[in-house]
Design a protein around this ligand. Sequence first.
Ligand code: 9MR
Length: 416
Amino acid sequence: MAEFSARDRLRLLAGGSAMFLAGCGGSNPPVNSGSLLGSGDGSGTGTGTGTGTGTGTGTGTNTGGSTSPAALTTGLLRDHYRNNFQIGTALSNQRIAANDLSAQIAADQFGSITPEWELKPEVIQPTPGVFNFSEADRVVDWALANGQTVRGHALVWHESTPDHFLQGSREDIRLRLEDYVSTVVDYFRGRVAVWDVVNEVTSADVYRGSDGVGPDRQEDWFNAVGNADYIDWAFRAARAADPNALLFISEYDTETQLKRDWLIQILRRLSARGVPVDGVGHQFHFFIDTDPAQALAAIDAVDNEFLGLINHATEIDVSFYRDPGTCWQTGTNCLADLGPNAPADMLAQQAQLMRSFFDGMVLRSSVESVSFWGVRDSDSWLNTSPVERFNFPLLFDRDGEPKSAFHAITDPNYVI
Ligand code: 9MR
């Protein structure tokens, strides 16, 4: 859906205080941002210890090799929240293939894996009627071999919808979608525990300076079907294919009032129709100055509907740049690159944000899983979106060392 991805990049209000998720286009594997930001691949100049087998002279990145990060207590992060919720991360085959630090840390510290790209329709069914599970099998089986839970992401996402999904009549589209969802969910039955059945189906009009067109995203799927019934079809097909899988609706920016109001309207409608929704995935792509209370308010808003829904945080990261809208729209007026070394005060701000957020999440019993969108800073899509630039969104630095944010959420005595 090239046309759609481009249009969808224009979602930010002028002045841009709200978040927009551009994605990285409809057909790209996860961006190995580390390799874009440094020439090294392996031992580099990082502070990691161990026996690196990589080569090169990285500028603070360490994208490959088998260098180990400083010793961390095995499972420290995962176990710290054992009585509250699962801790997860996105991971892609690129990381596994290199046997790099991110894969090692993911296996060691996280209990849940979300394939970052491999379970998207553009990967599984780029060609009508032909299913290709090879990419997906690799990361799913890797996670299962590590005893981890797999979050399946995502069965329906406008940014990853091959054109053929939307061709023909409404009935053609329904049958094709049901066949796709049934086949994929059945294939992974017993292996994928949770599905993001639909992703980002709430209206994005708030980012275009209009607040009158919600709650549904009235774009490609909606236009082809004539309304938002495709959401119902996808959930019902998923439930029928695997009654034991948890089925989620996933959305970004639920920490903003209008977006979450629209999402709640959709949830009410689905509930009234008996559509089998088990939970809400809040992506939580934060900025360095995001108020964590707003994220917690999103959890509370779902709880306050008394629909019995589970909450997951699904794609946590913290961008160090709050750009004006023009940066996302046209790549202009973006904040200057901070360079390879994160400012100490911003690292502390990130740590405080994460601590406040986690302190609130543990108090909310409907939260059953909390996932980051990558392991090391160099893994993140935010190094290339909206422009190529060093970003520091995650819990581990480019060398695989735990950052202040990691200590802040695993050690109550850690002084930020
Ligand atoms: O981080 C993902 C990036 O590597 C992929 O190229 C891109 C397109 O498949 O998707 C990114 O992940 C997105 C996620 O699937 C949905 N929410 C927004 C994420 C960042 O764009």
